[in-house]
Design a protein around this ligand. Structure first.
Ligand code: HEC
Length: 165
């Protein structure tokens, strides 16, 4: 009787372990068949970001942020002129949004900038982009064209991403 009790106990433990293993395997299998691949998963998540950015891309706020980023981080990907890049930090990070705002007014957009921003532009940017922002007869990018080169590139990049889904 004593022996059969311990056999029973071992049997119960074994059955429990077997059942556990089975359910674990089963739920792993269903997880695999129902969950998406990593690419599909990220596709679902990034789509709203792409649409959201595309909806903002023509707005003055977007343009101002773009110009600010160019001042803060420089520009080397527009291939405007072979080997010619724009260094970062021609004005400080604090002044960059003000100068960006001034640049926008060169194409007739409304943006309230402090007087110093026009002086900062004249002494740090106009040497290449011209006082009127038009880029000294095509020698440097025209800051009054819309969309700006980098924004046009960004838009087609995002549209391609969306299109390829
Ligand atoms: C030494 C010359 C030089 C100076 C000074 C300079 N830039 Fe540039 N800038 C360039 C060049 C060259 C490019 C294009 C770089 C590339 O091909 O990526 C450029 C690109 C840009 C662009 C992107 C244009 C577009 O169509 O996407 C902006 C905006 C810009 N500059 C703003 C400024 C502002 C604002 C200042 C002053 C704070 C400034 N730059 C000072 C040479 C200059």
């Amino acid at each position: 009787m004593k022996h059969s009790l311990s056999y029973l106990a071992i049997l119960i433990v074994l059955l429990y372990a077997l059942a556990n293993a089975y359910f674990k395997h089963h739920s792993l299998k269903t997880m695999h068949t129902t969950s998406k691949t990593y690419a599909e998963h990220t596709a679902v998540h990034t789509m709203p970001h792409i649409d959201e950015e595309l909806s903002r891309i023509g707005t003055p706020e977007y343009t101002r942020q773009y110009i600010t980023d160019i001042i803060d981080y420089g520009s080397r990907n527009l291939h405007f002129k072979k080997e010619e890049i724009m260094e970062k930090g021609f004005v400080s990070k604090k002044d960059a949004p003000k100068v960006a705002c001034y640049v926008m007014t060169l194409s007739g957009e409304k943006c309230d900038y402090p007087y110093e921003a026009s002086l900062l532009y004249a002494s740090n940017c106009a040497g290449c982009h011209g006082n009127d922002g038009k880029g000294l007869d095509g020698t440097y990018p025209d800051l009054t064209r819309r969309p700006l080169l980098g924004i046009a590139l960004r838009r087609s990049f995002l549209e391609n991403l969306r299109g390829s889904r």
